[in-house]
Design a protein around this ligand. Structure first.
Ligand code: FAD
Length: 275
């Protein structure tokens, strides 16, 4: 069976909290292996991540993996979070560098995610299953694509058990990335991150920020649908389902959905797949 997982972000308002719980309620019927909760760099959502993890475990009985980004954090703060997640029964962590919020001058005790992974192993031994981030289209700040692959390998050597990719729409980028890191001796599972499409303007903004390429043909088709959201959703679901099919046929070990705390677009993709 294909392992699926869902990513949520910590809600900040009552309305967002309702939305998260409604999405979790619907998506848990898809039997995810786990769900993950993102972490805002610089401590802005520190408490919200922990609280959201607790809520998803207690209200929905889900297995939850907190994201932990080290940028701006100290060793003592990270150790405290790890101990707290352990007390809450979490067995999986998504370990990231994060990005330095504008105006924040100090990167804290860690410079790169590999250092965080090493620290988690030093502090918690093998207790946590650690996922790290992977970039089939190269991390936007990387010096070059080959050096980026080596930096990815360093995270696995530091103790990561698996990776989740940044989202992408070109399956060849994923297959090439996996082939390249296998040649470097990396053998952990690399799960593609999947971004369901529901709002093209928002998707374009995200993609510009994180360096994910939207193929021209998809952008053109989406733009042609204008504000006709129902048809954008249908087209988006079909395009993303086709991507998932190709990834699974090509050997991807699972699918990790960026849900943006909404169930509909993710369900539209899942209902088109024969999992
Ligand atoms: P790293 O692996 O440390 O890499 C960052 C950059 O540094 C790369 O360009 C790499 O090539 C370079 N690098 C690495 N090591 C070295 C070295 N030794 N010397 C020189 N250069 C080096 N962000 C959040 O803030 N919160 C989240 O919850 C979150 N969740 C995410 C989940 C997933 C699945 C993904 C793919 C990304 C997520 N992000 C999140 C975004 C992520 O934090 C950013 O992309 C960030 O810029 C890089 O994080 P990283 O862990 O990949 O960093």
């Amino acid at each position: 069976m294909t392992a699926i997982s869902f990513e949520f972000f910590p809600p900040k308002t009552d309305e967002q909290r309702e939305q998260l719980h409604a999405a979790a309620q619907r998506l848990k019927s898809r039997s995810p292996e786990y769900v993950s909760v993102t972490f805002g760099a610089g401590g802005s959502t520190l408490s919200y991540t922990g609280e959201t993890v607790k809520q998803l475990r207690e209200r929905h009985a889900l297995s939850v993996a907190p994201h932990l980004s080290c940028m701006g954090g100290t060793r003592a703060e990270i150790a405290q979070l790890l101990d707290g997640y352990r007390q809450h029964g979490c067995r999986r962590i998504v370990a990231l560098r994060g990005d330095l919020p504008s105006g924040m001058a100090t990167p804290g005790d860690f410079r790169y995610a590999a250092e965080l992974v090493r620290f988690i192993r030093e502090h918690s031994g093998d207790y946590f299953h650690i996922e790290v981030a992977a970039y089939p289209e190269t991390h936007p700040q990387a010096e070059d694509a080959l050096i980026d692959l080596k930096h990815f390998k360093a995270k696995v050597e530091a103790g990561a058990n698996g990776a989740i990719t940044q989202y992408f729409f070109n399956p060849d980028a994923y297959f090439r990335f996996v082939d390249d890191v296998r040649k470097l001796g990396v053998d952990v599972p690399i799960v593609p991150g999947i971004m369901p499409i529901s709002n093209f303007t928002q998707l374009k903004r995200f993609s510009d920020g994180c360096g994910a390429e939207i193929p021209r043909w998809i952008a053109k088709r989406m733009q042609a649908h204008g504000d006709d959201t129902e048809s954008v959703r249908d087209l988006g679901a079909e395009v993303v389902a086709q991507l998932c099919r190709r990834l699974l046929e090509g050997g991807a070990p699972g699918l990790h959905f960026y849900t943006l705390n909404r169930a509909k677009a993710t369900e539209a993709v899942l209902s088109r797949l024969d999992l």
